[in-house]
Design a protein around this ligand. Structure first.
Ligand code: FAD
Length: 400
């Protein structure tokens, strides 16, 4: 039976009170704005503790099965909890590769043994997950991945290299795409999918420094690393199909995700607020007619995105191009996010050139750091160009 309006309202009030009472104080060091920015142990432990607390309070994984650490209730409760997390500006739930991709995948197609082994640790943040898809020569061209997995008795021996492994240095498990058959007639058929442990001899990670000077991802090297054969998900040769299912989650199919915020959300309204006091030609920048035009444009785009998301959930309103909204969602959201942060800096005038650590930087350089980091999401999970191809070919039916 679905929840009554009154029940939902009461639940919202309960979550709001909890978030108010438990929103942690500023730790005195920079916190990641997205899960792709967890760069050191201090940040990791802070976020691990926060996610554990949210889960223990019952506000994470609410729609996942109870026997695996979830709440076993309707997904509408999770969506209310997520809204309240956003509204109260609490920290992110950082274990996103587990919560949003590996977890839903295991819930959907995993065996009972896999569910029992992995799901609870994802929710309570004990087990950090990472993703080993991209390789130095094979990012967009993922189907050509060359990391090899060779069966040897009860084990697979892994050799090769992955790159851009978000949280690779902290992870206990990796969703790993590796080639088990070099001679398959189609390159895709030679790939297999593993739920691989990371802490085994022969797996080494090296953090990569980003444009912000911070860390967040690694190179990951496999040298005769032996992992148990039961880490194989599905059958040998099904890796491509399972990887594509994973990318559906990664690119914004929210159904099945455990919930929690993956990134600090800011709105055009937040951007306007940070401009108070900024002058252009002796007057508030907010009175400049060109700036006002730019802001209205940003507000319209933001509104369209919100309404588009709502519309995507109403089948009868998407009959013209079914699937168009979810499929184009990643492209729209990530590009809009990047443009908005760029505008925020432009409108700061000369102060826009300052960065974190400069006393004069507006909001401690929040927008500058957010701008540099906003490129991450336009690349990770498929670049904007590749997303545009997907929209062109799969929605509009244009030729390749
Ligand atoms: C912050 C961040 C975190 C990441 N985390 C992970 C992770 O945890 N695990 C993981 O496996 N990977 C991760 N990635 C890697 C990401 O998935 C790849 O960077 C991405 O798929 C692009 O691959 P590439 O870097 O090899 O670029 P390339 O594929 O070499 O692309 C280079 C340029 O060519 C363009 N291009 C390529 N092919 C086409 C085409 N067919 N049509 C039009 N243009 C094309 C691209 O758009 C891009 O501009 C992460 C990346 C970033 C930035």
């Amino acid at each position: 039976m679905s929840a009554s309006e009154k029940e939902l309202q009461e639940f919202r009030a309960e979550v709001a009170a909890w978030m108010r009472d438990n929103n942690p104080a500023d730790p005195g060091f920079l916190l990641p704005q997205t899960f792709m920015e967890v760069g050191d142990e201090r940040q990791l432990e802070f976020l691990r503790e926060w996610q554990h607390k949210v889960w223990a309070a019952g506000y994470l994984g609410m729609a996942w099965p109870k026997e695996y650490g979830g709440g076993g209730v309707d997904a509408v409760f999770q969506s209310i909890a997520d809204q309240e997390m956003r509204r109260h500006g609490v920290p992110i739930c950082f274990n996103v590769i587990g919560l949003g991709w590996a977890g839903p995948l295991i819930n959907d197609i995993g065996t009972e043994q896999e569910k029992a082994r992995y799901l609870k640790g994802i929710l309570n943040a004990e087990d950090v997950w990472c993703q080993g898809f991209s390789e130095p020569e094979h990012g967009s061209d993922l189907g050509n991945a060359q990391t090899r997995a060779v069966r040897d008795g009860d084990e697979y021996i892994i050799n090769g290299q992955k790159i851009w492994t978000t949280m690779g240095n902290f992870a206990k498990y990796m969703i790993l795409l590796a080639r088990t058959n070099q001679d398959a007639p189609r390159k895709y058929d030679g790939l297999s999918y593993f739920l691989s442990p990371m802490q085994v001899p022969g797996i080494e990670t090296r953090p990569i420094r980003k444009i912000t000077g911070e860390f967040g991802f690694t190179e990951t090297f496999f040298t005769d690393a032996r992992i148990p054969a039961d880490c194989l998900m599905g059958e040998e040769g099904q890796g491509w199909k399972i990887a594509m299912q994973t990318l559906q989650y990664e690119r914004g199919a929210e159904a099945g995700a455990a919930g929690g915020q993956a990134m600090v959300r800011v709105t055009v309204d937040d951007m306007i607020k940070q401009l108070e006091g900024v002058k252009r030609d002796g007057e508030s920048v907010l009175r400049d007619p060109v700036v006002r035009d730019q802001l209205v444009q940003a507000i319209m785009e933001e509104k369209a995105m919100i309404l588009g998301d709502r519309r995507a959930h109403i089948g009868a309103l998407t009959t013209d191009y079914p699937g168009s909204l979810p499929l184009s969602n990643k492209l729209r959201v990530t590009e809009m996010t990047r443009r908005m942060r760029q505008l925020a800096i432009n409108l700061q005038g000369a102060q826009g050139a300052l960065y974190v650590g400069d006393d004069e930087a507006r909001q401690g350089g929040f927008w500058q750091r957010a701008y540099f980091n906003s490129f991450s999401a336009t690349i990770g999970g498929g670049t904007s160009q590749v997303q545009a191809n997907i929209v062109a070919e799969h929605i509009l039916g244009l030729p390749k």
